[in-house]
Design a binder for this molecule. Structure first.
Ligand code: SAM
Ligand code: DTB
Ligand code: SF4
Length: 337
């Protein structure tokens, strides 16, 4: 057995110098060893029966200038999606209230933008203030940020900014050509510099190799400090996008990615994000066992379907899971508080 898995609790001290062969040794360990280690570390650092319910809202849909090969919202592909303008902050607040009433403790707002424009900042700031005032943990994903913008979002009270690395550095250029890997790193540095917590993960099931998945996980784990939040998405297949028709990833391989993320970023909240609509209950249960501690609830992600609230309620009941109100309250305080 790889030495890392023989003593998983030793991994609770975060490291930022992971090599690919080390991450590969964890990822490809015998499945039972990997799962036992991931769950052992998970329950040592996190509450094993708490899974946060998060809710997404598309605050500006479609017509995006970027060409991310997986995305329903890119103007480069004909997916039949109806584009819309930036939502009114009062409408966003009403949606956030509904989300809270449905049990969500985190509200994630996403805009189909390449970057945040100065003219949209006042509305964005008002959204953050209104949602924050409801007592929800707030997250936004608005594309690239310039100097000064992250500071203004932080001042408005934003808890998290989501900006994903998406895939390995080698596979990246096959998925997106309109912005570089370095652009993403620069935006992440601005978010971190402004004191906003970082939400950064990726998508798997895009036809990448196992080595790409290990590469993505290694890059995430070498961000210093680690992202506080690590969404692991499975590709949602959208007809009309270049990645439509990709072979869905084997479930065991998906769970290995979650368990590896859990072990190499011990304090982070690993989130089982997009793609649950096509996962069995048993596969999702394995993801929780591997250390996933959040899901998106509600019947829509940003623009694609997600399981009904009632079926997730039944899943929580079957597995004896509870929401994570205390964790959300803690994370909604300023970082380091
Ligand atoms: N436009 C902004 C950006 O890309 O930075 C924010 C919104 S974008 C939809 C946020 C993330 O959602 C992407 O980085 C990607 O990881 C994820 N995503 C988008 N479409 C997806 C799909 N079809 N399946 C899985 N994840 C997807
Ligand atoms: C993330 O990593 N997953 C969420 C969130 N960040 C913004 C987005 C998933 C989008 C799935 C495709 C859609 O519904 O358009
Ligand atoms: Fe635009 Fe974001 Fe979709 Fe890329 S992922 S096309 S940046 S909305």
């Amino acid at each position: 057995m790889t030495a890392f898995l023989a003593d998983p609790l030793a991994l609770k001290e975060a490291r930022f110098d992971w090599t690919r062969p080390e991450v590969e040794a964890i990822h490809n360990a015998p499945f039972n060893d990997l799962m036992f280690a991931a769950q052992s570390l998970h329950r040592h650092v996190h509450d094993p029966n708490k899974v946060q319910k998060s809710r997404l809202l598309s605050i500006k849909t479609g017509g995006c200038a970027e060409d991310c090969g997986y995305c329903n919202q890119s103007a480069h592909f004909d997916t039949g999606l109806k584009a819309s303008k930036l939502m009114d902050p009062a409408v966003v607040e009403a949606k956030a209230k509904q989300a809270k009433a449905g049990g969500a403790t985190r509200f994630c707002m996403g805009a189909a933008w390449r970057d945040l424009k100065a003219r949209d900042e006042p509305a964005i700031i008002e959204m953050i203030e209104r949602v924050k005032a409801l007592g929800l943990e707030t997250c936004m994903t608005l594309g690239m940020l310039e100097d000064g913008q992250a500071e203004r979002l932080a001042e408005a009270g934003l808890d998290f900014y989501n900006h994903n690395l998406d895939t390995s550095p080698e596979y990246y250029a096959k998925i997106i050509t309109t912005r570089t890997w370095q652009d993403r790193i620069d935006t992440l540095a601005r978010v971190r510099g402004a004191g906003i917590q970082v939400c950064c993960g990726g998508i798997i099931g895009m036809g990448e190799t196992q080595s790409d998945r290990i590469g993505l996980l290694t890059e995430l784990a070498n961000l210093t400090p680690h992202p506080e939040s690590v969404p692991i998405n499975h590709l949602v297949d959208v007809a009309g996008t270049p990645l439509s028709g990709s072979e869905p990833l084997d479930g065991v391989e998906f769970v290995r990615a979650i368990a590896t993320a859990r072990l190499i970023m011990p304090q982070s909240v690993v989130r089982l994000s997009a793609g649950r609509e096509s996962m069995s209950r048993e596969l999702q249960a394995l993801c929780f066992l591997a250390g996933a501690a959040s899901i998106f609830v509600g019947d829509e992600l940003l623009t694609t379907p997600n399981p009904e609230l009632a079926s997730d309620g039944a899943l929580f009941e079957t597995l004896g899971l509870e929401g994570d109100e205390a964790g959300a309250a803690r994370r909604a305080q300023a970082p380091g508080a």
